[in-house]
Design a protein around this ligand. Sequence first.
Ligand code: TRP
Ligand code: SF4
Length: 432
Amino acid sequence: MVKLDPWGTSTIEDYSHLFEEFGIQPFKALVEKIPNPHRLMRRGIIFGHRNYEAILDALLSNSPFAVMSGFMPSGKAHFGSKMVMEEIIWHQEMGGDAYVAIADIEAHVVRGLSWDRCAELGRDYILSIIALGLKPEATIYFQSTMERVKDLAIELSGEVNLSELVSIYGFGGDVSLAHMHTPIIQSADILNPQLDSPKPVVVPVGPDQDPHIRLTRELADRVNMFKVFEADNGKVKVYPKVSKQEVGVVLNHLKTELEKEFEVSEYEAHLEIAGSVERVRDVATKVELEHGGFAFLPPSSTYHRFMEGLTGGKMSSSKPESYIALTDDVDEAVSKLMRAKTGGRISREEQIKLGGNPEECSVYAMLLFHLVEDDEELTRIYMECRNGERLCGQCKSEASSHLRNFLIDHQQKREEAVEKLDEYNIVWGKRK
Ligand code: TRP
Ligand code: SF4
């Protein structure tokens, strides 16, 4: 069995097992239904999802939804972070409320970074996401000072015990309590957009974060007051959550409300309703909110492929050669790309005869993931490489000039973002 490890270093070579083993759904089937799908969607880089249907419905019906993701400020923002940033921005453009968390608590307690360093690196993430096009309506915050997220984390931690954390994350006896609390804070990050009102929320992440998504979906369900589902007998059943003391009163209230529309039978521990599950859910949500409950919807998620490091293997913040940071000096970035591992053959003759291997080429990956927006141009590059009509030297210089243009523009926009920070709603982190 392959374990998805959020703090590990393993690359996930083959994503298909994630479908069967973990119940992640293929994204491909949804892409054609999405108006103006993002480059990362069109190209299959976003390969999987959980319940993205809820987001698609909201998109198509113009109803409220949100997008949220988080960045751990334990290293520099790089082209991998850029993917998540673009996904947040795309969903904001499509009408979603955007939330950006800087996971400074996680970086501090798991990776041992000082609060000052987290603040500095976190600010860099914020400047880059603004430079890429995030609009001021977004909510941006550092975990360390976001009271309502920390409060929600405490509430959620009442719904999970040690054995469960051990079985999801493999925590051993030497793991600190603070580390164990970080997935719960992440769950609170993810549910936070629903504190004002329940709505679908999509969380773009890499597949390593899926354990957190599953836990959050579970916690969202547990912390709610009612469980509403369609039973085999065709009736809708409503069960109160036993852990909630005042739930008897609330269940009575719910019964009264439901009886205005439906025939309701009351059993010792649940209600049975002859009616539509959607409508019963709406009524239950209204009653739950009136009584101070959350009525969370389980969050949706998307999963994107990881880009291989420039040196082959995984991008790693401890190997600066393996990735290009969005703040790298432009000449240095270009020279990293010029030295990157390609899928080319040993000699010019072989390349012409056999063609290159773009699937194994980190230069091609940069073009595919980031540097070429036009699909036809990308296909042409791919075919030329495959057919031996393209040599790596020339290809690298082409890619380099795209990279140079992008970074010059991005870094210019970052400077402009410094001037615009005041227009944004940002809860800055703690220091020292
Ligand atoms: N754990 C994530 C990481 O290592 C960061 C993170 C914190 C996050 N809160 C989040 C991601 C909420 C998605 C949603 O990168
Ligand atoms: Fe990679 Fe370009 Fe060489 Fe093909 S020609 S292997 S895409 S660098």
